[in-house]
Design a protein around this ligand. Structure first.
Ligand SMILES: CC(C)(COP(=O)(O)OP(=O)(O)OC[C@H]1O[C@@H](n2cnc3c(N)ncnc32)[C@H](O)[C@@H]1OP(=O)(O)O)[C@@H](O)C(=O)NCCC(=O)NCCS
Length: 228
């Protein structure tokens, strides 16, 4: 499902089913040994998706363990992102030579619980959400904005080794193109010699889910110089 919002050159693997924990490496099973059943199940299924993505990149299998802040430690030379919500688990991976950062998120396509939108948006974003709801009533824009910020977090956090907060980016969805821009409200990580000012991403709504994806190419595309 999520491949429809990811660019060529990335590998997406997702499922609405479950894979058994027996398919994990012992070190991976140990990560969630004391977790509740639902956490063990989501972890196992998403990790198996990641193993398959790694294989599709032609890389040998290895345990995919979490770092200190919970971020997956992708094998050297690769980048990736992972998400799970009720009824869905997905992963995207790509060669680091072509992609600097990836972030994906899945959420149920339902309104956010009361009070959450106020906590994760600025007054200007809330005004924009009201406008979008009037103009495009079929989409739960508050949930979409939340999901996009989660995807931004997953792409951004590994680049900075700090955890951006919800107000560190202002989200601007484009309903016609199903894209969004996240304008960074603080100095972004250096990218191609200058501080990054924004992440861009895409979204889709299908089968009761909102899926969002943020991608940052390793080098911005520049037109080739004209031949003399
Ligand atoms: C970490 C966080 C993004 C996870 O999102 P979520 O919707 O709760 O859960 P998801 O299932 O979609 O994603 C969970 C996965 O995120 C990944 N993840 C966790 N921390 C991460 C980090 N620092 N960097 C990148 N990926 C991370 C992990 O792979 C995790 O799954 P796993 O533990 O099974 O490996 C969320 O809990 C959080 O802290 N959000 C704050 C977001 C924020 O402040 N955004 C503002 C930026 S504009």
């Amino acid at each position: 499902m999520i491949e429809e919002i990811l660019p060529p050159g990335t590998v997406a693997v997702d499922t609405v089913g479950e894979f058994p924990p027996e398919l994990l490496f012992a070190q991976e099973r140990a990560v969630v040994r004391d977790a509740v059943e639902e956490r063990r199940r989501e972890f196992a299924t998403a990790r198996v998706c990641a193993h398959r993505a790694l294989a599709a990149l032609g890389r040998p299998a290895e345990p995919l363990l979490p770092g200190r802040r919970g971020e997956p430690l992708w094998p050297a030379g690769t980048v990736g992102s992972l998400t799970h919500c009720e009824g869905y688990r997905g992963v995207v991976m790509a060669p680091a030579a072509h992609w600097r950062a990836l972030g994906i998120d899945a959420e149920p396509h339902t309104p956010l619980p009361p009070g959450v939108a106020e906590a994760v948006t600025s007054p200007a974003e809330r005004e924009r959400l009201r406008e979008l709801a009037r103009g495009h009533p079929g989409t739960h824009w508050d949930r979409l904005l939340f999901s996009a910020k989660e995807a931004v977090f997953k792409a951004w956090s590994p680049l900075t080794h700090r955890e951006p907060s919800f107000t560190d980016a202002v989200l601007e969805p484009d309903p016609a193109r199903r894209t969004f821009t996240a304008r960074l409200q603080l100095t972004g990580p250096l990218h191609d010699g200058s501080p990054l000012t924004a992440f861009t991403g895409r979204w889709t709504v299908r089968d009761g889910l909102i899926l969002t994806a943020v991608t940052l190419a390793a080098r911005p595309h520049r037109p080739s110089p004209a031949l003399p």
